[in-house]
Design a protein around this ligand. Structure first.
Ligand code: NAD
Length: 458
């Protein structure tokens, strides 16, 4: 499937139970972001779900339940900003499937957030929590604001107002948000505090909180750490020697910078990095800790002195062993996938690779560990944080990391075994395993009769 074909499909969509796709404000903002595919996150996730559902021969009516959301909440967030004017933002919380437990998924603050994207990311969370085998369903949320252009107090105002409007569908046994692009531990602290005003102190209502507010040790690094565990697991199959492996990282925020720094501890050499402002390259190695320090002081990646500036798309063309996409969705697409010059991709970002690009990478022999398992480290440690909060108890960072490693390695082995047994790519195997686990939970709850559910002994 070409990326253009999916865009055409998007225009005529509407017969899948969702109604016409919400398009705004995507079109208005598309030009602001360079290098992304003209294919939505929803189309990407739906493509992989459909492929796996076809292989599992899931009946149409069951499939309709699994491919649509349980609940979609859209709210208006008017906020008076420092210019004295009222700005109206849109906030979304989508709960996709709760068969395996409370809904779980991050909240994104980004100008391109829309219902379509949040739906896709919520569905991805359903399969991700199932593959990692943590007792959650899938959800996602977002507000179409740009925190980079807002003062801290303005972001706080928007976060608190968003919580006031969605709190009725949240709670430790209903739906538990976490950080995503454009939000962080501070945002989670405001959300927890706002929820607490109505319900009493409830730390387990959000995860990814600061350590001082019952956050978990290891949560901030968890997604990047999980990506590195996956890198280690996949290295042999991909023909990569971890110690000395050359690494390129797209996006140097939470996921990208932690993955680069932790991979550096294993002897990987960071040779190229990008962020929203541009990209840099140094074949002799870029110090990931120094770069992180610079970024955390508010400076952009291209301002790093000990490297050459390159075009953002040339990051993909950098000769390396491992590429970690850790920015936004649709960054590796039909028009640039052929440039990719690595042996292994570990997808830190959600939906970084379009279906058309995925085929090109497969033909080039690039081994891909897909997002739906590769970046599950965040939700796994979110699960640990929630479990600690419910007991008002705290684990050490060593305990957290060890348990995270066990879960990530277990998920990798489950998917790799399945890929080998079914002779399919890791992504198809991962979706198949996730879908089967959700169906099994739905059957045990009594939502589906036994003979309607394909079971492979999970
Ligand atoms: P973040 O906001 O901390 O960092 C995002 C980074 O991407 C920034 O460096 C930004 O400059 C960069 N970026 C944005 N546009 C870019 C572009 N056009 N080219 C190159 N870089 C660009 O976000 P994060 O939390 O690190 O999330 C990154 C990705 O990982 C997202 O897809 C997110 O959904 C996914 N993810 C995050 C978590 C988590 O725990 N934070 C968990 C699972 C998945």
């Amino acid at each position: 499937m070409s990326d253009e074909a999916t865009t055409a499909a998007e225009e005529t969509a509407g017969s899948d139970g969702h109604g016409p796709r919400d398009q705004s404000p995507r079109e208005a903002n598309r030009e602001e972001t360079t290098g992304r595919a003209e294919v939505s996150n929803f189309e990407i996730v739906d493509h992989w779900f459909t492929l796996a559902a076809d292989r599992l021969e899931i009946p149409e009516d069951v499939r309709a339940v699994l491919s649509s959301s349980y609940r979609e909440v859209q709210v208006q967030i008017p906020a008076t900003l420092s210019d004295g004017k009222i700005h109206v933002f849109s906030g979304y919380r989508v709960q996709h499937n709760g068969a395996r437990g409370p809904y779980k998924g991050g909240i994104r603050f980004h100008p391109e957030v829309d219902l379509d994207e949040v739906r896709a990311l919520a569905s991805l969370m359903t399969w991700k929590t199932a593959i990692a085998d943590v007792p959650y369903g899938g959800a996602k949320g977002g507000v179409n604001c740009d925190p980079k252009k807002l003062q801290s107090g303005e972001v706080e105002k928007i976060a608190r107002s968003f919580m006031d409007k969605i709190e009725k569908v949240l709670g430790p046994t209903r739906d538990i948000p976490a950080p995503d692009v454009g939000t962080n531990a501070q945002t989670m602290a405001w959300l927890m505090d706002e929820y607490g005003k109505l319900h009493g102190h409830t730390p387990a209502v959000v995860t990814g909180k600061p350590i001082a507010l019952e956050g978990s040790y290891g949560r901030e690094a968890a997604t990047g750490r999980g990506v590195v565990y996956m890198l280690e697991m996949a290295a042999k199959t991909a023909g990569v020697k971890v110690n000395g492996a050359r690494l390129a990282v797209q996006g140097y925020g939470n996921v990208g910078s932690w993955a680069a720094r932790l991979a550096g501890e294993l002897g990987c050499k960071l040779v190229a990095v990008s962020d929203a402002e541009g990209a840099i390259r140094n074949d002799d190695g870029i110090d990931p800790d120094l770069l992180h320090q610079q970024v955390s002081e508010g400076r952009a990646v291209p301002e790093f002195e000990d490297a050459d500036a390159i075009e953002p798309d040339d990051l993909l063309a950098t000769e390396c062993d491992v590429l970690i996409p850790a920015a936004l969705g649709g960054m590796i697409h039909e028009a640039n996938a052929d440039k990719v010059n690595c042996k292994l991709i570990v997808e830190g970002a959600n939906s970084p690779t379009t279906p058309a690009a995925d085929s090109i990478l497969a033909n080039k022999g690039v081994f891909v560990v897909p997002d739906v398992m590769a970046n599950a480290g965040g939700v796994v440690v979110s699960y640990f944080e929630w479990a600690q909060n419910l007991q008002h108890f705290r684990w050490t960072e060593e305990e957290v990391n060890e348990r995270l490693g066990n879960i990530m390695r277990g998920a990798y082995e489950t998917v790799a075994d399945r890929a080998e047994k079914d002779d399919v790519p890791m992504r198809v195997a991962a979706y198949s395993a996730g879908i089967e686990r959700v169906l099994e939970a739905a059957r045990l709850r009594g939502y589906l009769t036994d003979e309607r559910v394909p079971s492979n002994g999970y």
